[in-house]
Every structure is written in structure tokens, then in C-alpha cells.
Design a protein around this ligand. Structure first.
Ligand code: CP
Length: 338
């Protein structure tokens, strides 16, 4: 396998399965021996830039801790402190910003989604523009299409709780009603990476909540390639039957940007009408002793009940912890010569 040094990570689909396993295996080692000397100097004296257009709890904290634990430093950046050119204002181009940042840092993470883009795909275009001009790896810290670090943390959690061979295990990716109006990034990344690892995938949502058709087509292909099952249902209960993992999450409709900006209020009003779309203990009884997961933050009482989110089958905190380990592995592999 070629070295991963210098590679961008915008979506896990763009990395081979062996490359993803390399990240997961290193992350698992780093979890077991968190402060071992062989890891704590990997990014010594190096800086990772974290460029956040949107708020974050887990991503910012885990990347900062990851850089510290590898002996380096993560610097928080916001667009408001950078005088960047936008559609409405004069300023620095992406080419100039990316080329200059490449002279300072060993990697650049970017988060841009929801109300910080004016159409679906604009965030993905921005990351790819940075990747075009940068000499350092560009890492998605969640953008409007994908969330690769979350997808890897999810799979690390499933490998721990279900075993390393995920083939034949059923993932239910289920929409939850709620007031957070979330982008498609985490759910699209989840169904892409889980189908790469041979899982059967069921996506359940009310009519009108379709995901990106190109992503669904890719997931269908991943499932075909792995002889796994794929289905979409608009029934709030059916998908639970026989599931080994239930991953609930609210997501926006394909009309969220019809007005040329993110219509959060309209999306929330629509979503809150579907009260039967909550993951609860009764539905979890239909599963095959299924695990519950969610990328967080959770809208408890809407997407999922407290009983399930805090219950014995919930792996939400393990998965949140995994963000630290997978990001340490990604940084070590892409920003250091391993
Ligand atoms: N899952 C996740 O990315 O969490 P934050 O939005 O808090 O970073």
C-alpha cells in the first residue's frame, strides 16, 4: 500500500478499504497505549489548523487533544478573523490563503455546512478548492456532504462491539424528528463506510427526506460489490427488524436551500410534525439485540428517548471517544512519514 503522507480526507469513499483499515488499526493501537512514547512525538513542533465556519463540541475538542497527544498543536481559526474573499466582500482568495497556510502548518481541517453554505455541495466545493491549492493534507471536519472522521469513529465503535468482521450485520440508518435541522454529512458518511465494510444497510425516513441520489447510488454499488442488502423504507418501524445497529439522526429535506439560503426554521417546523419518528425502547425490541448510536449532539426526546440514548445498548460515548483516536491516526498517517 502506498504511503498516506500528504493525502486529503474529504470522504472515506475516496480511500481504499485497506487504507481505512490501516487508520482503524492504528487508532485501536493508540487507544490501547494512549500516551506511549512512540506516539507522543509524532507531530512534535507541528501545527494543525482547524478552520471552523460552524460551531462544534466534539470535533474541536478531539482535534485539539489529538494534536496535543501527538506532541503538536492545533490552532483554532474562524473566517471572521481571516479577511477572506466572499460572494459579497473583497478579500483574500482561497488560492492565496491555502498556499500561505501550507507554508506554516502540517495539515488543515475545515468545517462548513448548514447555514454557512447557500446550496448543497458548496462546502464540498470549498474543501476541494483548498485541496487544489494546498501542499498539506485537507481534512474534512464535517462539511455539507461528508464527515469522514465521524464515519471512521462509528466503524471503530462497531468493530469493538460487534467484532472486526461486520459483513452480514444490519445497520438501520433512521431519520429522527427534531429541532436541530442537521445536514446530511454524518448519515451519508455512515452508509457509505458501513457498506464498504459489508454491512446490510436500511435507510428509513418519512417521504420527502431523500438523501443525495449520487450517494445513494454509490451505497447501492458498495452493497452490490459486497453482496450485501440495501433498502429504503418510509415506515418508522419496519427497518428495526433484525437490526444489529440503529443509528438515528435528524436530517434536512432536499428543499432546505430552495430559498438560496438554509431555511432552518422551515425545516424544523416540518420535522417536528413527524412525532412517530423517534427511536424508543419499543422499536429497539424489534432489533437483534441492537446497539444504539448517534454522532451527537443528540436532540433527546425527539430523535431518541433518554431510555435508549442512556441505556445499556447505547455506544454513543464510545463513538465520541473514538473521534480522538481516529483523528490521531489520520494526522499521524497523513502529516507524518509513516
Ligand atoms: N459529531 C460531531 O461532529 O460533533 P460536533 O458537531 O460537536 O463537532
Amino acid at each position: 500500500m502506498a504511503s498516506l503522507t500528504g493525502r486529503d480526507l474529504i470522504c472515506t469513499q475516496e480511500w481504499s478499504r485497506d487504507e481505512l483499515i490501516k487508520v482503524l488499526e492504528l487508532a485501536e493501537k493508540m487507544q490501547k497505549k494512549r500516551f506511549d512514547k512512540k506516539f507522543t512525538k509524532m507531530l512534535a513542533h507541528k501545527t494543525f489548523f482547524m478552520f471552523f465556519y460552524n460551531p462544534s463540541v466534539r470535533t474541536r475538542q478531539s482535534f485539539e487533544c489529538a494534536a496535543t497527544e501527538l506532541g503538536g498543536h492545533a490552532q483554532f481559526l474562524e473566517p471572521k478573523s481571516m479577511r477572506l474573499k466572499t460572494a459579497k466582500t473583497a478579500g483574500e482568495t482561497v488560492e492565496d490563503a491555502a498556499r500561505v497556510m501550507s507554508r506554516y502548518a502540517c495539515g488543515l481541517g475545515i468545517r462548513i455546512l448548514e447555514d454557512k453554505v447557500s446550496y448543497y455541495g458548496e462546502g464540498d466545493e470549498l474543501l476541494r478548492e483548498y485541496a487544489k491549492w494546498s501542499d498539506i493534507p485537507i481534512i474534512s471536519m464535517a462539511h455539507d456532504k461528508f464527515h469522514p472522521c465521524q464515519g471512521l469513529a462509528d466503524v471503530m465503535g462497531l468493530r469493538r462491539h460487534l467484532g472486526k468482521n461486520l459483513k452480514g450485520k444490519k445497520l438501520l440508518q433512521v431519520w429522527g424528528h427534531g429541532a436541530l435541522s442537521r445536514s446530511w454529512c454524518s448519515v451519508q458518511e455512515s452508509i457509505l463506510i458501513c457498506s464498504r465494510f459489508g454491512m446490510d444497510v436500511t435507510v428509513a425516513y418519512p417521504e420527502g427526506y431523500d438523501l443525495d441520489p449520487a450517494v445513494i447510488e454509490q451505497v447501492r454499488k458498495n452493497c452490490r460489490d459486497n453482496k450485501a442488502k440495501f433498502e429504503i423504507t418510509n415506515d418508522p418501524r419496519k427497518g428495526y427488524e433484525g437490526a444489529h445497529v440503529v443509528y438515528s439522526r435528524n436530517w434536512m429535506t432536499p428543499h432546505a436551500y430552495d430559498k438560496g439560503e438554509f431555511d432552518k426554521q422551515g425545516e424544523v417546523e416540518k420535522a417536528l410534525k413527524y412525532t412517530e419518528w423517534i427511536c424508543d425502547a419499543q422499536k429497539m425490541k424489534l432489533t437483534d439485540d441492537g446497539l444504539f448510536t448517534h454522532p451527537m449532539p443528540i436532540d433527546r426526546g425527539h430523535e431518541v428517548t433518554d431510555e435508549v440514548a442512556s441505556g445499556p445498548h447505547s455506544i454513543i460515548y464510545d463513538v465520541a471517544e473514538n473521534r480522538l483516536h481516529v483523528q490521531k491516526a489520520i494526522m499521524a498517517l497523513t502529516m507524518e512519514k509513516l
